[in-house]
Design a binder for this molecule. Structure first.
Ligand SMILES: [Zn+2]
Length: 792
């Protein structure tokens, strides 16, 4: 007890002494504090360790949909039965459905969400985008009927892209309700809306589904997405999801089982979420035979060949219709595609759990050169690698459709990948097709299986998916030029002026640079976490555990953050704070190096010394010196708009005041012989670092010795925990150092490379040593208590 009290008083004193001695400025921020209230508190639904809690629940909605595609009028008519299961502990008086096609209706006000202005020269599409909604009254969902099982009409209210349906009776916990919705809508021209999007950058017209018209052969390619009124997500963390669909923030959805019957002209080929239940009715005997052969093939088998597709697209349109029937279990959405132009190939993938998954591609002849070679193989490769980093692929099919744009749905996704008209293609076109295929197929995991709320958090599926995409690409080709992953690729974005940035933890609708913020930065952060901070073994275990815990459930970012720490035993709060909750960037500067040798000759005359005092010449930091040597004119001198580039730039601070405080009285000198034996070959390098970007990160130091050999030191980020802006650290080396480089592998996203290296040429300073010493002041008593210093 007494000892404890004594230690406690030492500790308190030590804490203050240490703060005073080492942190004279206001450099001690909160970068290493726990997330505290920044993160959603745990509860019995989302537990303290990041797993689903003991009372976890989620809703369920099953669908049985009949729809008819009218290829003359570009209209889709549907009738659906929905069974909604209330698994929540809360009674419900109404249900909310999403009417996403109302994105394209003038009744929606998303066209007012983005500013616009007149420019001196404007394109046709820029002008059209100023009145996007003119003449577009027919678009959006037309609700024809909402009724219960007895045919009794149900009251409903449409609020832009959502519809509230009144329940005849309160739906209690554990109860379910079956009702019908009849509807139709006119399909939008995806290509036209894409032109508007490209002209303005506003997501209001962003077409995730619709038709593409091919004037050369008078055919259509349909991608039918967000097409049926479907339940909004109702969760323990948000109640009914009530952020309208503006075109930007993606989807929050409920799992369920689907049976979908698609009726359309018999000359159309269909690809869809789910397993087709009646190929025997809709395929020709020859196609059926090829489909059977594909089940055991070791390369893609063309079920509809290029030749057949070319003949079909020229044939007279069929009048007769047929119905394709699909069934899917445990999916959060359902999408399909149809065209007379499709080539269709398939091959099996042997899943890590032993099950067979049919990997398939549908594409028009325009994409044949790239798609026939790469698409289905890229699909299989995606399943193989994603399974490794999460869980075995749980669905029977995985489909890549070439539709000149990218968007993901369960088991099916739409990607670009056309060749030049002469059938040639560039390496870039090929790689970008493969990248998008891996990305969109990868979305089967994030967010289709690991069902996050995309409307709230774009990064939560895009970032995780882009990260695993990077792993998959590196495993596709060792030199793959990925969108994201290599840390040096993100530095330009992260070091932009703060006014252009927002933290990753920002709602999907409010992000300026969507791609950089929600895809590239989080993917890079996870790569750094894996390679530099945690190591592959700890990271991969925790990342897989996250997938295992939340497959077919609704995770929140807090569940991810907690699981990564809980399963790895690594406290990462500082990392989430810096990378996910701040707009800091990484720029660690090696400001100065001092080289010391022990003074072997002179014994002390005086018992009282101070640490060497730094030369008082005006200091210029290394990047300035290096730039000046190279004759580089800083960009901000040429472009005044860049002058606030380093908005949080901290001028270099001397540490002189700190070192001069330490007055040490030494007792017993070493003999000359002892000094010779112990210190003659020791070099002491005192490195001074400052944090110019604000983001605290590990400091990776590469030493190059006079004999040409190299060595790496890895200083954990915690070096910054008491002073987030600067630290000095001494390294003892027997070999003489020729050069020092910080972050030699460019693994920390350090944006300022000019202050990362230092060739060492100066003559060393010398300092004196003593055997035992008594501390008068300046040394923290806690250090004595810890035995670092002896006190006689
Ligand atoms: Zn994506």
């Amino acid at each position: 007890m007494q000892l404890f009290r004594f230690l406690l008083s030492l500790t308190l004193f030590g804490l203050f002494a240490s703060l005073h001695a080492q942190n004279p400025g206001a450099d001690h921020g909160n970068k290493f504090e726990q997330l505290g209230t920044l993160i959603t508190p745990p509860n019995s639904y989302h537990a303290w360790d990041g797993a689903p809690g003991p009372d976890y629940w989620q809703q369920r909605a099953d669908y049985e949909i009949d729809c008819t595609l009218n290829t003359e009028e570009q209209r889709l008519d549907g009738s659906e039965w929905i069974t909604y299961y209330n698994h929540s502990p809360q009674p419900l008086r109404y249900l909310w459905l999403q009417l996403d096609e109302n994105q394209h209706s003038p009744k929606n006000d998303n066209q007012y969400f983005d500013p616009s202005s007149i420019k001196p020269v404007m394109s046709e599409y820029e002008l059209k985008a100023l009145e996007t909604w003119r003449g577009r009254d027919k678009y959006g969902v037309n609700i024809e009927a909402v009724a219960d099982e007895n045919g009794q009409a149900l009251e409903y209210t449409i609020n832009q892209t959502m519809m509230r349906v009144e329940l005849p009776e309160t739906l209690g916990p554990g109860e379910h309700f079956r009702f019908r919705v009849d509807w139709h809508y006119y399909i939008v021209d995806r290509v036209y809306l894409n032109h508007l999007l490209e002209a303005t950058g506003n997501a209001a017209t962003l077409p995730r589904g619709g038709y593409e018209y091919f004037p050369e052969d008078d055919n259509y390619l349909y991608t039918i997405t967000q097409w049926y009124p479907r339940l909004c997500a109702y969760t323990d963390f948000g109640g009914w999801q009530n952020n309208q669909f503006t075109g930007r923030g993606e989807f929050a959805l409920t799992f369920g089982d689907y049976t979908v019957r698609i009726t359309l002209p018999e000359d159309h080929m269909v690809g869809s979420t789910g397993a087709c239940l009646n190929y025997v009715d809709v395929l020709t005997p020859k196609q059926l035979e090829r489909w059977e052969a594909a089940q055991t093939a070791d390369a893609p088998v063309e079920i509809v060949t290029l030749k057949e597709a070319k003949a079909q697209e020229k044939a007279k349109p069929a009048k007769k219709t047929q119905t394709w029937i699909y069934h899917a279990n445990q999916v959060r959405d359902f999408a399909w595609t149809a065209s007379r132009k499709f080539i269709w190939d398939a091959m099996p993938h042997s899943n890590s759990d032993g099950k067979r998954v049919m990997c398939m591609s549908y594409y028009p002849k325009e994409a044949y050169p790239i798609y026939s070679r790469y698409s289905t193989k890229a699909v299989a490769h995606t399943l193989k690698t994603y399974s490794k980093y999460s869980l075995p692929y749980p669905y029977p099919t995985a489909i890549s459709v070439e539709a000149s744009n990218g968007m993901e749905y369960p088991m099916i996704c739409f990607n670009p990948g056309r060749a030049e008209p002469d059938g040639t293609y560039t390496e870039i076109a090929k790689k970008s097709a493969i990248s998008v295929i891996i990305h969109e197929v990868g979305h089967n995991y994030y967010p289709m299986i690991i069902n996050s709320d995309e409307r709230q958090w774009a990064w939560f599926d895009e970032g995780l998916n882009t990260f695993v995409q990077f792993l998959a690409e590196r495993e596709f080709d060792a030199d793959y030029q990925s969108w994201a992953g290599p840390p040096h690729q993100i530095t330009a974005y992260m070091s932009m002026p703060k006014g252009e940035l927002e933290p990753i933890m920002t709602n999907s609708e409010n992000i300026k640079d969507y791609f950089s913020n929600a895809y590239l930065k989080p993917a890079t952060a996870l790569n750094i976490l894996r390679e530099t901070i945690m190591g592959r073994e700890l990271f991969d275990y925790a990342f897989r555990e996250y997938g295992r815990r939340w497959a077919f459930k609704h995770p929140t970012p807090a569940d991810f953050f907690r699981t990564m720490e809980d399963a790895s035993g690594v406290d990462l709060d500082w990392f989430w704070r810096g990378w996910f909750y701040s707009t800091d960037y990484v720029d660690i500067s090696l400001d100065s190096i001092k080289w010391y040798k022990v003074d072997l000759e002179n014994d002390p005359e005086s018992r009282e010394i101070t640490q060497p005092v730094r030369a008082s010449k005006p200091f210029r930091d290394l990047s300035q010196i290096r730039n000046e040597e190279a004759g580089i004119v800083p960009a901000d001198e040429e472009d005044p708009e860049l002058q606030d580039f380093y908005s949080n730039y901290r001028p270099w601070e001397t540490a002189d005041s700190v070192t001069q405080q330490k007055i040490v009285i030494y007792d017993e000198p070493f003999s000359k012989k002892e000094k010779q034996q112990q210190f003659s070959d020791k070099n002491y390098y005192e490195l001074h670092f400052s944090n110019k970007g604000g983001l605290v990160m590990p400091v990776i130091i590469q030493w190059t010795y006079e004999d040409g050999s190299t060595e790496i030191d890895r200083i954990p980020a915690q070096i910054w925990r008491k002073n987030e802006s600067a630290f000095t650290k001494v390294f003892v080396r027997e070999k003489q150092v020729k050069a020092i480089e910080i972050d030699p592998y460019r693994e920390t996203a350090d944006a300022g490379l000019s202050n990362n290296s230092w060739p060492l040429r100066q003559v060393p300073s010398r300092f004196q040593v003593f055997k035992k010493h008594k501390i008068e002041s300046g040394i923290n008593p806690m250090q004595r208590a810890n035995g670092k210093y002896t006190d006689d």
